[in-house]
Design a protein. Structure first.
Length: 282
């Protein structure tokens, strides 16, 4: 595995973290510790002591009391918890010499943890510009901390599934308009976009946008890429094959960090999926 390619812990969903680390050490996989790893009192210590190239992502390490990370929350407690979580992610990224720490863009609503990835119940009675300003304020505070550590902070584009859209979008940074607007307001050398190709595919189908055109409008912000596939209806982390829509773009981004974010793979399947990405990146 090349230095700039990682496999997400989602590939080994349900496997105890110590076993995941051992698998990655044996096979020389670089590991992204991601959401889905359950709370464990020693998780941060386990991460720091792991003898492999690694990086934390988004909701890792999971807190003892679950919450939905939301940097645009109108609930001050949730927003402060989210800011503190990202600062801690940056701190352990610094310790592990990781390339960056990334978190999802904010929401105009506060879903329950069990609603993530499913239909979210929400009222459309929200002020999007208010939540955008909260999001920007959160990012500025996090970037000040990132600057002090010399670690980059990336924002991942959100996914808007059709079952969560009825003409009102409660999520930030789903399309090029929202992403470019955010980066126009936050002009900082340490901020960038973690493009989730599967999120973009679903959001574009939901909003009736052309994903190729959308990519062309945001590509200058991209610092890293998450790879998985789906049918355009739901972000379900399916495997990649020769029909994967982003393969033809790989050679434009061959020096960036790439993360395979496909669920429930064998070691051999991980190797094949990574090889596919590497081959098209040449």
């Amino acid at each position: 595995m090349r230095e700039n390619f990682y496999v997400s812990s989602l590939a080994f969903l349900g496997v105890p973290i110590n076993e995941i680390i051992q698998i990655c050490e044996r096979n020389q996989f670089n590991l992204e510790f991601s959401s889905g790893i359950p709370y464990l009192n020693r998780m941060e210590e386990i991460y720091i002591e792991a003898d492999l190239q690694r990086m934390p992502h988004n909701y890792f390490p999971a807190p003892e009391i679950p919450f939905v990370l939301n940097l645009a929350s109108g609930n001050e407690k949730i927003r402060n918890l989210s800011i503190d979580h990202c600062k801690n992610g940056l701190r352990i990224s610094k310790i592990s010499n990781s390339p960056f720490f990334a978190a999802h863009a904010g929401f105009c609503i506060d879903p329950n943890p069990e609603e993530l990835g499913r239909k979210i119940t929400f009222s459309d009675n929200f002020d999007k510009s208010f939540h955008e300003s909260l999001f920007e304020s959160s990012i500025k505070e996090i970037l000040e901390f990132a600057d002090s550590l010399n670690v980059n902070f990336l924002i991942e584009n959100n996914v808007l599934a059709p079952f969560n859209y009825s003409g009102v979008n409660p999520l930030l940074c789903c399309d090029s308009e929202g992403i470019n607007s955010f980066f126009e307001k936050i002009n900082h050398s340490r901020i960038g976009l973690l493009l989730d190709t599967a999120h973009l595919k679903v959001s574009c189908k939901t909003l009736d946008l052309d994903k190729e055109i959308e990519l062309s409008k945001i590509k200058h912000h991209i610092r890293a890429i998450h790879h998985s596939d789906n049918n355009g209806e739901m972000d379900d982390n399916q495997s990649l094959d020769l029909d994967y829509w982003f393969l033809k773009h790989m050679n434009q981004f061959n020096t960036l960090v790439h993360v395979l974010e496909v669920k429930n793979l064998s070691v051999e399947e991980v190797k094949r999926q990574i090889s596919l990405l590497e081959d098209f990146g040449n």
